[in-house]
Design a protein around this ligand. Structure first.
Ligand SMILES: [Zn+2]
Ligand SMILES: [Zn+2]
Length: 326
């Protein structure tokens, strides 16, 4: 099969032929229809996330069709359309797994990081960790729902039940969460890069009550905030606008240092927390809610052999989510 291969951090990906992967016990082989690029892929490529499998096929927002089924696979058959997310495998035995927090599994294996992902014609995944893709989405438009969606949704749920929520960094994940929050009747405030009037316009179009620069204070105290950008300085910025008793959730896997800030900003039982990875439950819940809410995605497609151009576009956040099509 053809694949875009990462040989080492920081180097451009190289298109090469690889042996077709073969599914082991419990695994399925998927003919990749589309694979979206996530900012985490850039963190792996840039070396921000250490010790990736090398050489590596990146990509953990895969939509495709099961082509071959390994031994002992239950509930997946040849011809099924499935989605493959970031959480590729969890042990099922550790304290985290047994308490519904497989996202924190001590032995978890992540797709497109510790096992090969979807920047390729074929991918192998554990059948139990594949997600159902709602029929209302085609292959390409469904791909951003597999990572930006469930992890954004987990962050949104961790932010609590407040009637208003601020979203810092209005990229792909925030766009999806804003639509879910509106569907649930919440008031959404969008904070973008300073001067990014185009993104602010899009946020208002998606139903946000207000959109402005991340350096501005919220027009009213926020009942919750989620920081989707990897910029630590947004944490004290969000705290400044946060009502007492409310939470700031950091949704990124990697973030620059959070600058020091006066204790007064945290006082009043304000909470700062992170969200790590996703559980299968986050994936299932988000995908059915997205279909029910009519959540839309914004994508730009690239042929697989232009993966480096697609990564560049993802880095600057141009054209919504970059999606590779083999
Ligand atoms: Zn991701
Ligand atoms: Zn575990």
């Amino acid at each position: 099969m053809r694949a875009a291969i990462m040989d080492a951090p920081v180097r451009p990906l190289e298109m090469r032929d690889m042996h077709d992967p073969w599914p082991g016990p419990g695994e399925v082989r998927i003919r990749v229809a589309a694979c979206a690029i996530c900012r985490t892929d850039l963190h792996v490529l840039d070396g921000d996330l250490s010790e990736p499998k090398l050489p590596l096929v990146l990509g953990h927002q895969i939509v495709g069709v099961v082509e071959t089924v390994g031994d002992a696979v239950e509930g997946r058959a040849v011809g099924d359309r499935v989605g493959v997310p970031w959480l590729g495998w969890a042990c099922g035995e550790c304290d985290y797994c047994r308490s519904g927090r497989e996202n924190l599994c001590v032995r978890a294996v992540f797709t497109g990081y510790q096992r090969d992902g979807g920047y390729a014609e074929l991918a192998v995944a554990d059948g139990r960790f594949c997600l159902e893709v709602p029929e209302t989405y085609d292959d390409v438009e469904a791909t951003p729902l597999l990572c930006a969606g469930p992890i954004g949704y987990r962050a949104y749920r961790m932010a609590g039940e407040a009637s208003s929520i601020g979203l810092y960094g209005f990229g792909n994940a925030a766009r999806l969460v804003a639509q879910i929050a509106r569907h649930e009747g919440r008031t959404v405030f969008a904070f973008t890069r300073p001067g990014d009037s185009e993104t602010q316009r899009q946020a208002l179009e998606l139903g946000c009550a207000w959109a402005g620069d991340s350096t501005e204070s919220s027009p009213e105290p926020l009942g919750a905030a989620v920081v989707f950008a990897p910029a630590g300085e947004l944490v004290p910025a969000a705290l400044r606008s946060l009502a007492p008793g409310s939470t700031v959730v950091c949704a990124e896997i990697h973030m620059t240092d959070i600058p020091s800030f006066p204790y007064e900003l945290l006082w009043g039982e304000r909470v700062i927390r992170s969200v790590a990875n996703l559980t299968r439950r986050d994936g299932h819940e988000f995908l059915s809610l997205a279909a029910a809410a009519g959540v839309t995605t914004q994508v730009t497609t690239y042929p697989l052999d232009r993966s480096n151009d697609a990564l560049d576009a993802a880095r600057v956040g141009l054209g919504g989510t970059s999606v590779l099509v083999p």
